[in-house]
Write a protein that binds this ligand. Structure first.
Ligand SMILES: [Zn+2]
Length: 465
């Protein structure tokens, strides 16, 4: 991608921001790693990337997204190629997607099939294993998968028809085995009976337009499942990572459990931080068909407070690149697969509505978007920070730029952004992945297949973010 030796670059003039703070420093990269950090480094022949006036963040880690997702009746427009290009243009250098184990399947078979697809990625990646069935001795596979660098599972407490649902007995068995193996278990928390019962009532009344999507999916379903999963984590001592928390009370439950020593990490998403359920009363409802749905303005504000107070640890995109046509062709929330695009707008939105609004400092952004996900999923300190010896994954972010998110300008094959029309402070001027300029502020330069699968370490309950 650049002239000169692979992975060699000098990033000059920027303010280096990590979770520990900010300082002026130049960064020398060689063989894809950071080899020197200092106040005044001269080029030793490597290409120079000018970061004057910019913030230099660690490459963003998006630990929760779905490329090439098939969920009846749809397949996402984004595959690993287009999705990873979108990610790089937003400063995301590493993402963790999923390998879905179908009933009866071996976990390793699910992983291998998915790795074939992921090989097209332009950004670095790993996979979480979606576990649905352990009746065939699958838990005995965790040790071999750990050897290969896979150390996380995901379970869903809902979605029976699409084959994601995992029952409580399986979840507890998995958590017991995961704790021993050094794995962390991610959970989609929504009580299945509560969401399905409510949906069925709305459907019987014919209330299936997108305006009803939010009301049909009660907050109580999330709270019940969060509480149950925290109880399971408390009992098994297995580290858990609760995805896409949308309700203020969920954050309080996580904070209380963490204070009592329960090994739990809480994630929220940009859409819960910048939008609320009032959208469902407008024609923009079609842009926010995801689960859980948007909640109240009060919840939105409380989620920011939870990030500030470190009651929640990460923000992930939950990117799911369906097109608007895949919505409007049906016009019925019960017939479409939920999910919205967002990996390329993750950093700009957290920066704008976090730092720009005075809620967070730049170091908090580095912590929430890079270091904490790296720690939660066994990537730290190779990824998630800026340190000698670590991978040279960097985002050169120009905070003075002002831009507007527009449907016509997104890179995702979804072809739209839910956040169309929103102003953002700053722009990604360059994304560096293993010492190479993978995105130059205009074009994605990393070719298809440049991404590497990054082996991850085990996750210990006492080393969670
Ligand atoms: Zn998801």
């Amino acid at each position: 991608m650049s002239e000169g030796p692979a992975g060699a670059l000098l990033v000059r003039g920027g303010t280096v921001v990590t979770a520990a703070g900010a300082r002026r420093a130049h960064i020398r990269c060689r063989d894809g790693r950071i080899v020197e950090l200092g106040p005044d480094l001269a080029s030793q022949g490597e290409p120079v990337l000018d970061a004057d006036g910019a913030l230099v963040f660690p490459g963003v880690i998006d630990p929760h997204l779905h490329f090439a997702l098939v969920s009846a009746p749809h397949r996402t427009a984004d595959d690993f190629d287009t999705g990873s290009a979108a990610a790089l243009s937003g400063g995301v250098t590493t993402f963790i997607d999923f390998a879905h184990q179908h009933a009866g399947e071996r976990l390793s078979a699910a992983v291998d099939a998915r790795l074939d697809e992921a090989a097209r990625s332009r950004a670095d990646y790993s996979l979480h294993v979606i576990v649905t069935d352990v009746a065939g001795g699958q838990l005995a596979e965790l040790a071999a998968l750990t050897e290969r660098g896979f150390t996380s599972a995901k379970v869903y407490t809902t979605y029976r028809p699409s084959g994601f649902y995992c029952d409580d007995d399986t979840i507890v068995s998995l958590m017991e085995a995961a704790r021993t193996a050094g794995w962390i278990v991610m959970v989609h928390c929504e009580n299945d009976a509560l969401v399905e019962g409510s949906r069925a009532r709305f459907a019987r009344l014919g209330h299936v337009g997108f305006a009803y999507h939010g009301r049909a999916r009660p907050a109580l379903a999330e709270l019940e499942a969060v509480q149950r999963m925290l109880l399971f984590a408390r009992t098994t001592r297995c580290p858990v990572y609760l995805v896409h928390l949308s309700v203020a009370e969920s954050a309080r439950l996580v904070a209380r459990a963490r204070a009592e020593g329960v090994p739990a990490v809480g994630e929220t998403c940009p859409h819960f931080l910048v939008a609320d359920a009032s959208v469902y009363d407008t024609e923009r409802a079609v842009r926010f068909i995801h689960t859980p749905p948007l909640r109240s303005g009060e919840d939105r504000r409380a989620l920011w407070e939870a990030l500030e107070a470190r009651h929640l640890q990460t923000v992930a995109s939950d990117h799911c690149g369906y097109t608007l046509r895949q919505r409007t062709d049906y016009g019925d929330f019960t017939r479409v697969a939920p999910g919205i695009p967002g990996t390329e707008t993750l950093l700009p939105l957290v920066y704008t509505y976090g730092v720009g609004a005075g809620r967070l400092g730049p170091a908090d952004v580095a912590r929430i978007c890079a270091e904490n996900p790296a720690r939660a999923f066994g990537l730290f300190p190779r990824k998630g920070t800026i340190v000698e010896g670590g991978d040279a994954d960097l985002v050169v972010y120009d905070p003075s730029a002002r831009a507007r998110i527009e449907d016509g300008r997104v890179r995702s094959a979804a072809g739209y952004s839910p956040f169309d029309g929103m102003e953002v402070h700053g722009r990604v001027a360059a994304t560096v992945l293993r010492g190479e300029v993978a995105y130059d502020g205009a074009d994605v330069r990393a070719p298809r297949g440049y991404g590497r699968r990054i082996p991850r370490k085990g996750v210990r309950a006492d080393a969670l973010p």
